[in-house]
Design a binder for this molecule. Sequence first.
Ligand code: NAD
Length: 357
Amino acid sequence: MKRVKVSLQNQSYGIHIACRLLSKTGQKLREIGLSDKLVIITNPIVKRLYGDALEQSLTRNGFSVATLEVPDGEEQKSLETAARLYTELNNLYAERATPILALGGGVIGDLAGFVAATYLRGVPLVQIPTTLLAQVDSSIGGKVAVNHGQLKNRIGAFYQPRLVISDVSTLKTLPPKEFANGLAEVIKSAVIRDREFFAFIEANLDKIKALDEAVLEEIVFRSARIKAEVVEKDEIDLGLRNILNFGHTIGHAIETVSDFKVVHGAAVAIGMLAAASISNRLGILDQNELTRLKRLLQGAGLPTETSGHKIKEIIQTIKHDKKILGGKIRFVLPRAIGNVFITDEVDLSLVEQVLAD
Ligand SMILES: NC(=O)c1ccc[n+]([C@@H]2O[C@H](COP(=O)([O-])OP(=O)(O)OC[C@H]3O[C@@H](n4cnc5c(N)ncnc54)[C@H](O)[C@@H]3O)[C@@H](O)[C@H]2O)c1
């Protein structure tokens, strides 16, 4: 098993990463001294696959467990669903000490995390992420939220979990599209912080795609370590944490313009390559580095071109993006693989040119 420690000012917690870890969850929750009565929040897809394994591990260790289900889908990240969960928690006589276990992808993690942060002014939260994206990104760092109509993650909090349990065996049942989504974030982690990790992904891409468990454990561990390190330095997103948005300025715009038909990971892949191309045009990023990034994204089955997407609309959407400061566009650009910087000085005409090419 691999462990990452997230050390924050008021609280520290562990991220445990291994194969077949669900069956050890009960024991791990005992180790951190959680109270006997637990509530799992999950969806029907994840419950059918992993609900029993988790429940058995918990009851074997003397916990009593109730499971609350919400339907699958991003639209469940809403105040309405949160309100329904508050009622159900109340019906279960959940108390201040009753932990909530978020079993699922980023949608469940964000929603259950938001409910944990707000019910009775906060109950203990354990993240049990089951998608690659959730294991390398959303379960770490304490951002929990629901959407407000079309406004993504508009109502939320910083609320750190007590423990994150990433069982990489659960990734074997992920639809390939969801796996690719997460892989885009894994590649992002490497580009922003860890050149050697990038080389590791290049060298092990076939094993990653074949879902080799040892390699999955390694990529989740290294990505989690990077996210944890960034979060430790900037817990409430005042500076450094911005680098986690590498590829996301253009990526979000592509998702929006395509009416979310282009999935997040695919959009971020195009966004990362566009940001790298901008850096290359500015004479900062070496051509060889740009080629390596393009080759890896393509090898991972991710798109690298905007073909078919409406460039003018993408530019318009970027202009409305929340990352605009004082009328200028904020971009995270790579200096080299493993090293990025934040700039407010990117000219929109250059962005347009790069997208058109
Ligand atoms: N809090 C953060 O810091 C943060 C960071 C990035 C993204 N997010 C949020 O994460 C969400 C996206 O998360 P996601 O990509 O995990 O999507 P998701 O939670 O919708 O999961 C994707 C799909 O996979 C299914 N699934 C989950 N685990 C599975 C498994 N092991 N086997 C088979 N199917 C499984 C889900 O039911 C769903 O249908 C978005 O709402 C986004 O805003 C949050």
